[in-house]
Ligand binder design. Structure first.
Ligand SMILES: NC(=O)c1ccc[n+]([C@@H]2O[C@H](COP(=O)([O-])OP(=O)(O)OC[C@H]3O[C@@H](n4cnc5c(N)ncnc54)[C@H](OP(=O)(O)O)[C@@H]3O)[C@@H](O)[C@H]2O)c1
Length: 294
């Protein structure tokens, strides 16, 4: 039996649908039972901050999909580190054979945004004695639907990435890779960098968004400091805005430009292009809402 965490999130909703389609036994850990029931699968109510609920949820589970938790620092601490370590401890106590963890491409010690937190959790997982597989995705295509600080108040796509292309990936493909690892025997002790099929500049992304929305979405190239100020003005935390500015300088050097064959290797098919992603999420895009399963 598989336990899926982050089941109501951008990756988790797709993973739930894929596992339902495969007919494999699994349950989803959810914080809110009503929202969980809407997923259409077996659910167990729990919280990363409640270790007792993790132990109860993992009873009888032999595989764990480990994703998400609190991403914003609280009092200088990344809650995700404590939360995912608690889940790894509970998985070991429950006799889980493999943990499939969502990390981030470029996870490294002391990294900005979630890069440092994911590195610490990766190290903890590798030292746990549990079987593991790690997914390191590039930026999510879903960021362009959820907003995630990507747009100015007057609807322009905003960034400080210059002409550097980014190999954004659809969370649907991350979920498909996770489903393959959770239901098969390959990939033990492997880390996979997951990307879309082609890296796009933000000017190209703005053109694709314009075509999908049948209105012009301009791209506003900002300096990293202007980008941070715009994020702060949108109410995002100071530290987050500063970290995005630092990260944008790295991305502008082409740090997220490469593409990998990992999605094809794990799923047997190519990852979705940005145009395919937009077509699959047309309704949510027009509504400006968070993507659900399509
Ligand atoms: N955005 C990017 O471009 C990007 C790129 C690479 C990697 N990542 C990584 O991807 C991860 C985000 O994945 P995602 O997009 O699927 O997340 P998401 O859409 O933000 O969803 C977060 C999920 O975590 C659950 N959750 C939050 N706090 C919890 C808690 N205390 N206990 C139990 N569940 C909790 C949420 O449940 P509720 O519904 O109850 O809130 C939700 O299901 C992060 O680790 C991030 O670092 C992001």
């Amino acid at each position: 039996m598989i336990l899926v965490t982050g089941a109501t999130g951008s990756i988790g909703t797709h993973l739930v649908r894929l596992l339902l389609d495969r007919g494999v036994p699994f349950k989803a850990l959810v914080r809110d039972e009503t929202r969980g029931r809407a997923l259409g699968c077996d659910v167990v109510v729990g919280d990363f901050d409640d270790p007792g609920s993790l132990a109860a949820a993992l009873a009888g589970a032999d595989r764990l999909f480990l994703n998400a938790g609190g991403a914003q620092p609280v009092d200088g601490e990344q809650p995700m580190i404590r939360q995912q370590r608690a889940a790894i401890d509970a998985a070991r106590a429950a006799g889980v054979s493999r943990v499939v963890k969502v990390s981030v491409w470029g996870a490294h010690q002391g990294g900005r945004l979630a890069e440092g937190a994911h590195w610490e959790i990766e190290e903890y997982l590798k030292a746990s004695g549990l079987g593991w597989s790690i997914l390191q995705p590039s930026g999510f295509m879903q960021n362009f639907i959820t907003g995630a600080g990507a747009f100015t108040a007057d609807g322009k796509l905003a960034g400080a990435y210059g002409d550097a292309p980014v190999s954004y990936i659809d969370c649907y493909d991350i979920a498909a890779c996770a489903a393959a690892l959770l239901t098969g025997s390959d990939g033990l002790g492997e880390t996979y960098v997951l990307t879309g099929p082609r890296a796009l500049t933000h000017a190209e992304i703005a053109r694709e968004l314009s075509a999908a929305l049948a209105r012009t979405v301009a791209y506003a190239e900002l300096s990293p400091d202007e980008l941070a100020a715009a994020l702060r003005a949108q109410g995002l935390p100071e530290r987050f805005a500063d970290d995005v500015a630092v990260l944008s300088r790295q991305v502008a050097t082409g740090s997220l430009e490469a593409t990998t064959s990992a999605v094809r290797e794990l799923t047997g098919r190519e990852p979705r292009t940005f145009a395919q992603f937009l077509a699959a999420n047309a309704e949510a895009l027009r509504a400006g809402l968070v993507s659900t399963v399509h």
